[in-house]
Design a protein around this ligand. Structure first.
Ligand code: AMP
Length: 135
């Protein structure tokens, strides 16, 4: 269990600023917040990637995410939020224990991300969607 920093937090071996806890889920404040109220929501079991979470635990996680986000909005006065969830080093995951970032957003806060959208080729999109359906 305690193989990552979040495992140690769940095991009570190191402290956190706890926001919410139930059977499957723990939420605590990020120690390097992008904004006031930046919260991490993690499964209590040490799944390293999203696709490893069993359906019942994933369902509970999503119920909790919405409820915790609502609290964060109420308490911080933010008007919106981003949910960020990184899987794999290439995607920016630093801690190998699934975690959802709730990042409160305010108008003009300067936070953002670099998207470089390119128009997709319709035939290529159709072929890819078929491969994904069939996989
Ligand atoms: P990621 O890049 O998605 O893996 O994000 C890892 C996050 O964990 C970062 O935002 C860190 O600031 C945060 N973090 C690392 N150690 C702790 C800790 N002990 N308590 C709370 N947040 C942490």
């Amino acid at each position: 269990m305690a193989d990552t920093i979040f495992g140690k937090i769940i095991a009570g071996e190191i402290p956190c600023h706890r926001v919410f806890e139930n059977e499957h889920v723990l939420a605590f404040l990020d120690v390097n917040p992008l904004a006031e109220g930046h919260t991490l929501v993690v499964p209590k079991k040490p799944y390293d990637r999203l696709e490893k979470i069993p359906a019942n635990e994933a369902a509970d996680m999503f119920r909790c995410l919405g409820a915790i986000a609502k609290r964060v909005l109420t308490v911080t006065g933010a008007h919106g939020y981003n949910i960020l969830q990184n899987n794999g080093r290439v995607a920016g995951q630093e801690v190998n224990h699934v975690h959802f970032h709730i990042i409160p957003r305010h108008a003009g806060d300067g936070l953002g991300y670099r998207w470089k959208p390119q128009p997709g080729d319709a035939a290529a999109l159709a072929a890819l969607a078929k491969r994904l359906r069939d996989a």
